[in-house]
Design a protein around this ligand. Sequence first.
Ligand SMILES: [Mn+2]
Length: 497
Amino acid sequence: MKLNELLKYNNIYIQCHDNPDADALASAYGLYQYLKSNNINCYIVYGGRNQITKPNLKLMIDALHIPVNYLPEKADKFDGLLLTVDCQYGQGNVTPLSAEQVACIDHHQPYTSIPMQEIRPYLGSCSTLIWKMLLDEGYDVNSDKYLSTALYYGLMTDTSNFVESLHPLDRDMQDGIIYDKNLITRFVNSNISIKELEIAGIALIRHIYNDDHRFAVVHSETCDPNILGLISDLVVQVDKIDTCVVYNNAEGGFKLSVRSCIKEVKANELVEYLTEQIGSGGGHTDKAGGFIFENMYESLYPTINTETYFGLRMTKYFDETKIIYASDYNIDTGSMAKYKKSNNVLGCFIPDEYYPLGTKLTIRTMDNDIQLTVDGKNCVITDSDGNVELVSKAEYSAKYKLSADSYECPAKYMPSLKSSKDNPGLQFEQCLTACVPNEENVYLVKELDKDVKLFYLNNEDSYVLGKKGDYIACNESDTKDVFIVRRANFTKEYVAL
Ligand SMILES: [Mn+2]
């Protein structure tokens, strides 16, 4: 759906979910400003039992002049379009209103399908989606300081200060939007009510601590998702706690906040593990967040309560994964078979061919932002999934060679390039030349019989997870050069000798 498709309606009611949060308000405001600028009659509304009381939201509405209306009682049927934002018509947290037609713009999991909808569940906030849709219409968000500040705050609060579940598009908005810093500071400092301070305090007192694995589980009463982030930020600072999960009941399930302060646990991976088959999660290596659907939880774990579930699942996570540091690991090559790499065409980017030495570059991939300074020695390899690997030129010439083929990346999200100066408009794909693995290298390979976290020789700060059924491999001529190959990629990347 495109925003200009809305312009055929004379009246549009923009509905936020009940108990609107900053993201819902900002999204509604973006639509309101766009529609008003096109002379459409529009109104921002929300229903439900409670009017907005949170101090930061009242301040936001006031300072940014968001014209939001509370409908305490069931309204008459609207003549025109009802457009739900940051929520979907028919969901439990959306007071049903009736209108001639319904549309929806949201970033949660699709609930039902209606003809007019734009749902992108991979985005960190609905504000990001509205920002992108406004951009696509040529609407200059940055010229409206109130709106840009609202959208920025929407993303900020929905992702616990930009740390949980950020998609590249979220990061693009975070970088590109010009907002009012003073107002954001004021919102941030009116984030918690006295009631929430008490909720956090009670949750902290009731924490469950596991001494063997140095983790904590905290079950909080229902509160704003931001409070979960604050609690987990505090808990992980305890000397005896390395990782923690803080969660509470939310509409349709449980909201989780996960933290880790050790390199042996990536919070974003842990949250995926905790929500496996029953929800979803993501974020950064130190901070992450997720959601578990109540109905999926009930069907998979009908007999255990959530505190027990998190305790058991965390214990299992630590017990069942082996940690390997390549530098002090002697791999048993006796049980390994010989392979060479197949002739898959990869992309190679040599930064100093496009940028002067000293230029700072950011390569934005689906998973993270990779920073590098052009030093004449670095080289970037990318595969067909859009994965990006930094190698030295020496490593590149030992393991790869140029190919006459042309390189085309079919990845869903093509990595993008940002530079501190020079060539700011250069696209990542323009810098790639085709290369293939050097077939003279022989690799020893075996299948993993349990999950492994492997710290590579050239990167002791961060591990690569190999799941049972994936492969562990090493260079025949250098058995300390150990690495993981995903099961899904193995047959297309390796050929038996
Ligand atoms: Mn949202």
